[in-house]
Design a protein around this ligand. Structure first.
Ligand SMILES: C[S@@+](CC[C@H](N)C(=O)[O-])C[C@H]1O[C@@H](n2cnc3c(N)ncnc32)[C@H](O)[C@@H]1O
Length: 331
């Protein structure tokens, strides 16, 4: 099927644009809508009356479900307050899989507990047909000593050499904090957050749609991972920033033949199924007990070029017929 807007960021209202997307045609839909918190967007006033906001959300959520394939996934990122309404609505038209808690401090909202996570609702269009891959992330370690943060006691020997399977609580991905890495946008997401979701639920050449594209984080993640993207965004300046960034991206977030997610010079997400083939790219502990103190390290050279406006960008030096990283050792 030839999809309209494939590999484009289109300026306009997502409600109208979504109407052009055929039923059951998209592999993954992800939305990070305005949170109705009076954020200073350029073209959108982020302060609707409660019922008006919820009615509006129901319209684009219905469209997201309509366009998602039976094998596809629907992700909604927001503060817990709005996700409770979204879930009530979504439970009628899709199948709940997970509430992912993304540990990232948010703004205090009056006499409340300090909000410390965003939620990402994960729904399947059809539970039995859902495409899903287990993914792993590196073991958490103390920054100074490199010791494992968790005490695994006698079970250390049985730990996976790369890291644990990703659960529904994500503490290892930080918000884009420093201004020098941020676009002119009030709430840009980190690319490797989207890369994790994409690796979990799509394959190469699948299509990912984001109706609130902002400065293009989802599209960049999709492009780096060899997926197609469609982005909608109301503000022309944000569209321009996204297009500029996308023009400088390529589909090269790979080790050998396998798609992985990098942050700086580290692999932060890989598929469990790919580990057998990927392990040759890492120095692994020779004795099981070393896992306690020795972080996993890539063998091959990776270059981190000058930052673009936005999140980190990896360029990988390639060599050999099978597109492997150059095997120049780091040490
Ligand atoms: C929370 S931000 C998304 C940020 C994005 N995830 C990123 O990392 O850059 C929400 C975006 O939705 C856009 N927006 C608001 N209403 C819209 C609409 N009806 N159609 C398309 N985009 C809209 C805003 O301009 C804003 O950029």
């Amino acid at each position: 099927m030839i999809l309209p807007y494939r590999n484009e960021i289109i300026q306009g209202d997502c409600l109208g644009l979504l109407k052009h997307i055929p039923d059951n045609s998209i592999d993954m839909t992800f939305a990070d809508p305005p949170f109705n918190l009076k954020k200073g967007y350029k073209s959108y006033r982020d302060s609707l009356a409660l019922q008006e906001y919820l009615d509006w959300c129901e319209q684009w959520i219905s469209e997201m479900v309509r366009v998602t394939k039976p094998t596809g996934s629907i992700f909604l990122h927001n503060i817990p307050k709005w996700l409770t309404y979204y879930a009530t609505f979504l439970n009628q038209i899709a199948v709940f899989k997970h509430w992912i808690s993304w540990d990232a401090p948010t703004s205090p909202m009056g006499k409340t507990l300090q909000p410390n996570h965003y939620g990402i609702l994960f729904y399947a269009k059809k539970a039995k047909e859902l495409k899903f891959y287990e993914v792993r992330y590196p073991h958490k370690r103390d920054r100074k000593s490199s010791y494992l943060s968790k005490d695994y006691g006698g079970k250390k020997g049985g730990l996976h050499p790369f890291g644990s399977l990703v659960s529904d609580v994500w503490t290892d991905i930080h918000r884009v904090k420093h201004n020098k890495y941020r676009d002119e946008h009030p709430c840009q997401l980190p690319v490797h957050l989207l890369e994790r979701l994409i690796l979990m639920t799509t394959d190469e050449n699948d299509t990912v749609l984001d109706p609130f594209s902002g400065t293009g984080t989802t599209a960049i993640a999709a492009k780096r991972l060899g997926r197609n993207y469609i982005g909608f965004e109301l503000d022309p300046d944000y569209v321009q920033i996204a297009e500029n960034k996308l023009a400088q991206e390529s589909s090269n977030s790979k080790l050998g033949d396998y798609w992985v997610s990098f942050y700086l010079d580290k692999v932060v997400t890989l598929r469990d199924d790919d580990w057998q083939s990927l392990q040759e790219f890492f120095y692994l502990p020779t004795r099981p007990e070393e896992i306690d103190t020795v972080p996993i390290t890539l063998k091959s050279i990776v270059q981190v070029p000058a930052r673009l406006n936005g999140d980190n960008k990896m360029v990988i030096q390639r060599g050999g017929q099978n597109n492997c990283l150059q095997k120049n050792m780091l040490f």
